[in-house]
Design a protein around this ligand. Structure first.
Ligand code: BTN
Length: 263
């Protein structure tokens, strides 16, 4: 899958990836990018690794990160201007990555809030972490994309996939990352300038769970609830409806499970 150190040769972006650190093995690229951001990394600085020993996912989960030709990357983002719906930044990152993958011909879809799927299998996950400094956000957007991995262990078998398993012809991870950053850069700028409404249609068009019956598990919920995922609100929150009572409410962070039997 080639050497990510060659990223500069493939870049067509203005800012994203123009500063780049690569590690053969690291704890977490998000941790290194956060440290670099604290030390003054410019907007668009990228940290990549071939493997992570302490890769993190959302909601305190770990992100298993073997040296299997995958992409583990984190981008320092300094939004300018800061959009009103800044909390939807991870959705904007999802839109940008999906668009960056489009040329591969793999039908990648979005699952709210920020997973990239092929069919029902997870191809990629996004972890955004933000620190506010004097009222200004310093965001680290980390993403793990299964690229070259051709088998998964018991825990992930059946629920994860990779670009290679989906038949994509990936020239090199450096070229792939350059394409992803090319998708991400204009999408982030549209989001900075116009907030979530500026990219909402690009999200919704590729989010087939909208309108479907799904199950959600919130932070404090021990049980999943069956709801209809009605639409996205103006700030990117998911509006769901309980089909038995007709009551609707907003969900701001949740795990969503697309229920095969009821969808
Ligand atoms: C999720 O789906 O739960 C999000 C997974 C995010 C994983 C990526 S891999 C690169 C970056 N470094 C980390 O420790 N996590 C993110």
């Amino acid at each position: 899958m080639g050497d990510l150190r060659e990223l500069a040769r493939h870049l067509r972006t203005r800012s994203l990836g123009r500063s780049h650190e690569h590690y053969a093995t690291i704890g977490s690229t998000n941790d290194r990018a956060s440290q670099w951001a604290r030390d003054g990394a410019p907007h668009g600085a990228v940290v990549t690794a071939d493997a992570q020993t302490a890769g993190r996912g959302r909601r305190g989960r770990s992100w298993i990160s073997p040296a299997a030709g995958n992409l583990y990357a984190s981008v320092v983002i300094r939004p300018d201007p800061v959009p009103r719906e800044f909390g939807a930044a991870a959705l904007a990152v999802g839109v940008g990555l999906r668009e960056g993958l489009a040329a591969l011909g793999v039908p990648v879809q979005l699952k709210w809030p920020n997973d990239l799927l092929v069919g029902e299998r997870k191809l990629a996950g996004i972890l955004c972490e933000c620190r506010w400094v004097d009222g200004t956000p310093e965001l680290v957007a980390g993403f793990g994309i299964n690229v070259g991995q051709d088998s998964f262990d018991d825990e992930l078998r059946g629920i994860a996939t990779s670009l290679v398993l989906e038949g994509a012809k990936v020239q090199s991870r450096a070229a792939l990352l350059a394409n992803l950053l090319s998708g991400l850069e204009p999408c982030l700028q549209a989001f900075f300038d116009g907030g979530f409404p500026a990219i909402a249609q690009r999200y919704e068009r590729h989010c087939p769970m909208l309108g479907q019956t799904v199950q959600i598990a919130g932070d404090g919920d021990s049980q999943r609830r069956t709801v209809v995922a009605e639409r996205l609100d103006a700030d990117g929150a998911l509006v769901v409806r309980d089909p038995s009572t007709g009551r609707s409410w907003r969900v701001e962070a949740s795990d969503v499970f697309v229920s095969r039997s009821e969808s």
